[in-house]
Design a protein. Structure first.
Lengths: 498, 100, 473
């Protein structure tokens, strides 16, 4: 089931010096689910506890232990799938077999050829759409701490393993290789995070490891059809690392290709301090995971009713919210103020304020510039609307409005009352012009300068002198002059004089 | 079905299974595994084209448990079984060698 | 004395559990050195458990349906704080921090565990010769194998070390040793008995089941250990019937089919004769006997020796020296894991791990594992068709009587053929049991296998009870 595609926007990668190349990125994002217990046992799913205190025979993989599926994990997995417009399928679990000491059974229970969610998409704030190949369930591994070699795995003397994290439920979200720039990659991850928080599926903290991002990066010359050899980059602990690592890989790969060398298909590790990726495991001989259906678990058949229930309870997601606000405000959904409003969860406030008659432009501007504070969501939409109308009616200057707004946030009072109490009144135009003339007359030398540089078109000097006069006028008016009006008057007078 | 299992095949699966085999063992295992797989060729007589696989003898689906915390195991009891521990964690030798 | 009779006497206060277990422990002390049925005899724990049962009876509290009855447990069943080795060096001395569900159920029923019995390492074998701790000897003839992999549990009952024991059956590992030792052995429907705490060999085939000296005792033990377990996702949610209650219902009108494919040249003539006699006896007792056909059963061995090792290769990956069991040190973890597994596993286990790894590996999955799963479907279908015509089926349990030590040990394929009669029911997930029915030409026991459809233990036990009553001396 697919939507009619939103206009697909191929972003230029924005990396200097690589104009002849196209960057191709696919992202694999692992999200730890916000459940009480682990995926296959009833140990607590809790970060930061004493090592090996949230363990049991099942998540330790002790001989004789057996997994049992956490129903809530399935619920959250379906929620994630539907939030990403995926089809929800009947699915089975599979064993992914490989040896690693942080894996108690030396196999991971995951999903292989029949994942629970497939074929979705994500619309981003920049107007682009990224396809979602699949979002499947699996269990997390334990945590290794490496002793020696500065905590890094390479060159460590020994390792210590804590299995508290082993068995924590994960959903792995795999995107199509639709991403074309480091910025878009970051936007994708940020959007994903917002969604995960909105549907309460995960707390998605990259720095705590509850959301982990691996990037598959390849390069190809512009116009080429085939994808280049890709490398997987791991150890990306922040959006910033993600962007930097992608850019580094892009350059590294192009350098290799241009010098005639082959790109080795491999996993690479991002070294944040050194600002580079390093060799990891070779993927040339693809690791043989010997996937087979997990015999200890039964298939999961959610059925249409479960999916319908999830759909009915789905909160409004960021893309839909941006569209709604943009529609009401009469602007494009990619408008920065709209994106910010939704990011800050202030879109409902904005819509209500506009519905109450507020000026949509001023509403959006306030939200973008003046409401990056806690508690902004509690602002009365009617009051906000009234404030914007006072501005458009020239009863308040922009500067005054900002002050009034700040007070509205703390006191909750209406703008008119606050403005009156502060003695704010915008100056009427006639009085303003008289004041401007008085200031000009008081500074004839600077005025002559201004006229001269205005005629010469010297922008820098114009700006300086405008600033000078505006400052003097503001002083004289005790801040009650409207900056825009002052500007207009000065410009017309200078034009008349020249 | 594919050709007979070779010495290289056996060496490969031994590596996958983290088992070390001596050359003598390799020969012996190759011939023994070969005999078993050879016997399994009798399945080629069957028409399996439209036959679905059976992964489970029981036709159960949707077997779940509630998301409620339950008792685990005593950490001391578990660590007491471990070959090597440190700081309440399981200790293992270096996981990867020096980076190339 | 039968287990049923012992339990009745203890519950009625006529006999003390302590006196009973002391008697069995004395028998063990005398004959165990010859037989080697046990990896570990837990005499102190047994006495303490027996005392606790006696205390309960004295206080007028219900001591359970198996009160005071000694039971031996196959050493692949997890017993908290008591070494559970699977007869492998890699788990030598491992003390599980938890009890298997069946172990908990036995304790709640008042049974008294006397020890952990020997098995083929990780339940892989048909003779118990693959144990890392030495073989078990057949109590009927110490020069012969008791069968496997639950050789120790079968021998324990046959030697009078305990009236009851538990084994596990993946391809015949309860039924075949039962046949070779002349005792009753039952593999229940897959999912009837919880696998939680059974060290896994092949997850879609393994089942825990009872050994006993008679059918009624086996039925009672199965009643106690069966039932849904929320800790086992493959556990059947169906309620468990009281098998002991319908045991005496007879076989009048029951349709019995002898599986023709399992009565061919691969079966020793004296064994075949016993099966025919058994069928005659059932007919005389009111059953209609006919010939049944399960054609795909002929391919059971091939499918089994791909599916079971494949699942086993994955189940045994966890034995890596990191968290428990044997560790052989190495400079790196990879080396340590390799050394540990190479030294810790025996030859048969390594052989099956490699076979299973191969069957699952890239490029071979469809040809081997994939194909075997399809053959499994054919077997399920053929059994379903047979059960349209018949209520229970009959076959030999094993192709021969107990063979001598070393006879098949060097030829894995020959050893695997011992399981030809038992394997199909594991693949189908259906119940079957072995009932002693006379001896072969060499004087060694012969077992007849009664097979039933899924959750068909009731008719299975009824037929078995009749067979038992008519068994030649």
């Amino acid at each position: 089931m697919t939507d009619t595609a939103a206009p697909y926007f191929t972003a230029k990668h924005g990396i200097a010096g690589l104009d002849e190349w196209e960057l191709v990125v696919g992202l694999e994002v692992h999200c730890e689910l916000a459940t009480n217990t682990k995926m296959f046992c009833s140990c607590a799913n809790h970060f930061g506890d004493e090592p090996n205190t949230n363990v049991c025979p099942v998540c330790l993989g002790l001989p004789g232990s057996l997994p049992v599926v956490n129903a809530e994990a399935v619920e959250l997995a379906i929620r994630i799938g539907r939030a990403l417009n995926c089809d929800v399928h009947s699915s089975v679990f599979a064993r992914k077999n490989y040896f690693y000491p942080d894996m108690p059974k030396d196999y991971q229970i995951s999903q292989y050829d029949r994942p629970i969610n497939a074929d979705g998409w994500l619309d981003l704030a920049d107007g682009s759409r990224v396809g979602i190949t699949r979002a499947h369930m699996e269990e997390d591994t334990g945590k290794n701490t490496h002793a020696g070699a500065g905590g890094r795995i390479h060159g460590a003397d020994y390792s210590l393993i804590d299995y508290n994290r082993a068995g924590v439920p994960l959903v792995e979200i795999v995107s199509e290789p639709d991403i074309r720039s480091p910025e878009q990659a970051k936007t994708y991850v940020a959007e994903l995070r917002t969604i995960l928080l909105a549907i309460e599926a995960s707390d998605a903290k990259m720095e705590e490891g509850s959301m982990r991002v691996d990037a598959n990066v390849s390069m190809r010359r512009l116009g080429e059809d085939e994808f280049g050899t890709r490398c997987e980059v791991k150890n990306l602990n922040s959006l910033r690392s993600l962007g930097r690592a992608i850019e580094y890989e892009a350059r590294r790969q192009v350098d290799l290709i241009v010098s005639g060398e082959r790109i080795k298909q491999q996993t690479r590790h991002w070294d944040e301090e050194a600002g580079r990726t390093r060799d990891g495991r070779s993927k040339e001989e693809a690791e043989d995971y010997r996937y087979f259906q997990e015999p200890d678990l039964m298939p999961i058949e959610p059925g249409q009713q479960w999916v319908d229930r999830v759909d009915a309870a789905m909160p409004k997601l960021p893309a839909a919210r941006r569209n709604a606000l943009a529609g009401v405000a009469g602007v494009d959904p990619t408008t920065p103020a709209v994106v910010v409003a939704v990011d800050r969860q202030l879109d409902e406030l904005a819509i209500a304020a506009i519905a109450a008659g507020g000026d949509s432009n001023r509403v959006l501007t306030h939200i973008e510039q003046n409401l990056a504070v806690d508690g902004a969501g509690g602002l009365s939409p009617v009051n906000l609307a009234e404030l914007t109308l006072m501005e458009t009616n020239s009863e308040l200057t922009a500067t005054q409005a900002k002050t009034v707004l700040a007070e509205m946030l703390t006191s909750g009072a209406a703008p008119a009352a606050i403005a009156a109490a502060k003695g704010f009144e915008a100056m009427d135009t006639g009085a303003l012009e008289t004041m401007v003339d008085e200031v000009i007359a008081a500074h004839p030398a600077e005025w002559a300068d201004y006229v001269a540089v205005a005629a010469a078109g010297d922008d820098k000097k114009i700006k300086k002198l405008v600033g000078f006069f505006t400052g003097k006028i503001m002083q004289a008016s005790k801040g009650q002059a409207d900056g825009k009006a002052v500007n207009t008057l000065l410009t017309s007078k200078v034009g008349a004089a020249g | 079905m594919s050709d007979a299992i070779t010495r290289d095949d056996v060496a490969h699966v031994a590596m996958l299974a983290k088992l070390r085999v001596t050359p003598d063992e390799l020969d012996r295992y190759t011939s023994q595994l070969g005999a078993i797989l050879d016997h399994a060729r009798d399945m080629e007589a069957l028409d399996l084209d439209d036959v679905p696989p059976t992964a489970h003898p029981l036709p159960l689906v949707n077997v779940f448990r509630l998301d409620e915390v339950g008792p685990g195991v005593d950490r001391a009891e578990v660590l007491a079984n471990a070959p090597s521990t440190q700081d309440d964690r399981f200790r293992v030798p270096a996981i990867l060698g020096e980076e190339p | 004395m039968s287990a049923i009779e012992l339990a009745r006497a203890v519950r009625a206060g006529e006999r003390s559990a302590r006196e009973i277990v002391d008697g069995y422990l004395a028998t063990i002390a005398e004959h165990e050195p010859t037989i080697h049925a046990f990896n570990l005899v837990t005499a102190d724990e047994a006495r303490a458990a027996a005392d606790a049962v006696d205390a309960k009876v004295a206080e007028g509290r219900d001591p359970g349906p198996l009160a005071g009855v000694p039971v031996a447990l196959k050493d692949n069943l997890c017993t908290r704080g008591i070494p559970t080795t699977c007869s492998s060096k890699i788990l030598a001395g491992w003390r599980p921090p938890y009890d298997a569900t069946v172990v908990q159920k036995l304790a709640a029923a008042g049974a008294v565990s006397v020890g952990k019995t020997n098995l083929d390492e990780f339940a892989m074998g048909s003779s118990t010769e693959n144990s890392a701790f030495g073989p078990t000897r057949n109590p009927r003839d110490p020069e012969r194998v008791p069968g496997g992999s639950s050789g120790g549990s079968a021998a324990a009952v046959a030697a009078g070390f305990a009236p009851l024991s538990l084994g596990s059956d993946t391809g015949g590992s309860i039924r075949q040793p039962a046949s070779l030792c002349g005792v009753v052995g039952v593999k229940p429907t897959y999912g009837l008995v919880s696998r939680y705490g059974l060290v896994a060999f092949a997850s879609s085939l393994d089942q825990i089941g009872p050994f006993a000296a008679n059918v009624a005792d086996a039925a009672l033990l199965l009643e106690v250990i069966a039932g849904h377990d929320p800790r086992d996702s493959t556990s059947s949610p169906e309620p468990v019937p009281r098998y002991t209650q319908s045991l005496g219902d007879g076989v009048a009108g029951m349709r019995v089919g002898i599986i023709s494919e399992l009565m061919g040249d691969g079966i020793a003539p004296d064994v075949r004769r016993r099966v025919e006699e058994a069928a005659e006896h059932l007919a005389k007792s009111g059953a209609t006997v006919g010939e049944a056909s399960v054609p795909a059963a002929m391919f059971g061995l091939s499918a089994y020796y791909l599916i079971a090792p494949a699942e086993a290769s994955s189940n045994l990956a966890r034995y890596d020296g990191v968290r428990y069991g044997l560790r052989v040190d190495g400079a790196t973890t990879a080396e340590m894991m390799e050394s540990t597994r190479t030294e810790g596993f025996g030859v048969e286990v390594k052989r099956r791990i490699m076979l299973g790894t191969y069957a699952l590996s890239a490029g071979y999955y469809e040809a081997f594992y994939g194909k075997a799963q399809k053959v499994r479907t054919l077997i399920v279908r053929d059994f379903a068709a047979a059960y349209e015509q018949f209520d229970v089926l009959l076959s030999p349990t094993a192709p021969t009587t107990a063979f001598r030590f070393g006879e098949k040990a060097e030829d894995p394929l020959a050893m695997y053929l011992s399981d030809v009669c038992t394997i199909p029911t594991n693949l189908a997930g259906q119940p079957a049991m072995s009932v002693p029915f006379g001896v072969g030409d060499d004087g060694m026991p012969v077992g007849v296998q009664v097979l039933a459809p899924t959750l068909g233990e009731v008719p299975m036990f009824r037929a078995a009870a009749v067979l038992e009553a008519g068994a030649p001396a």
